[in-house]
Design a protein around this ligand. Structure first.
Ligand SMILES: [Zn+2]
Length: 240
């Protein structure tokens, strides 16, 4: 979970639990201004009732997913204004991991839940590979400097898989070394940047000849359809 904050207020994104958020707000003397959810999974919304018991704030989340605590259901085209922070975020529809998963984009930051991960992407629980590929392509069109605030710290395992797909990608080796050092020091590898994702994330790189070749090897066939290649990489990752 993430907070977006200034000196006096904070918004929280995907509070899977209430207690660490309440403790953080108390410690930092912050007033909660809003709650934002990207999708309905309990590890992203489980803390909302506990936060609402202590703070009466708007709760934003995907219009087409079952989250009973939402007060403002949103979808692509909508904006989320948080006046206490002077921030406005745009909502993007990015289905694939779940059927109506959304992202929040603004202030050079992307809160993308379990769709785009550092060097990986979410599993397909409710959506199709085609939806995930389109959602990731939409995110990949954002500026290189965009900071990616994703839902889980899976970076090292994801880089190892990415190296299996693209063994000769030098940017991956550099990234592994840096991120391993961060984790050894007990630090997060996040946020990463979209530019870095475009250079290393196999799920954004399905047009690259090396990725296509690895997908073909996994399938034991030569496929020209990009979606089949993308699906093969996603399936390969499930069993990696
Ligand atoms: Zn999830």
């Amino acid at each position: 979970m993430w907070t977006l904050r200034n000196a006096t207020h904070a918004a929280v994104v995907d509070p899977g639990e209430a207690r660490p958020v309440l403790e953080y707000l108390a410690r930092e003397k912050l007033q909660l201004a809003a709650i934002l959810a990207t999708h309905h999974h309990p590890d992203h919304v489980g803390g909302i009732p506990g936060l609402l018991a202590a703070h009466r704030v708007p709760v934003y989340g995907p219009k087409h997913e079952p989250i009973p605590t939402l007060t403002r259901a949103v979808a692509e085209g909508d904006e989320v204004s948080i006046p206490e922070l002077g921030v406005t975020l745009s909502v993007l529809d990015i289905p694939g991991h779940t059927r109506a998963h959304i992202a929040y984009y603004g202030v050079e930051s992307l809160f993308c839940g379990d769709t785009l991960f550092a060097c990986g992407c979410g599993r397909l629980f409710e959506g199709t590979a085609g939806q995930m590929m389109a959602s990731l392509s939409k995110l990949a069109a954002l500026p290189d400097a965009t900071k990616i605030y994703c839902g889980h710290e899976y970076t090292l395992a994801n880089i190892k898989f990415a190296q299996a797909v693209e063994p000769a990608n030098a940017a991956l080796a550099t990234r592994l070394e840096r991120d391993r050092r961060l984790r050894d020091a007990g630090k997060p590898t996040l946020p990463c940047t979209l530019g870095e994702e475009r250079a290393t994330n196999p799920f954004l790189r399905w047009r690259e000849p090396a990725v296509i070749e690895s997908a073909n090897k996994y399938l034991g066939a030569r496929v020209s359809d990009p979606l089949r290649g993308f699906s093969a990489i996603r399936e390969w990752k499930n069993g990696f």
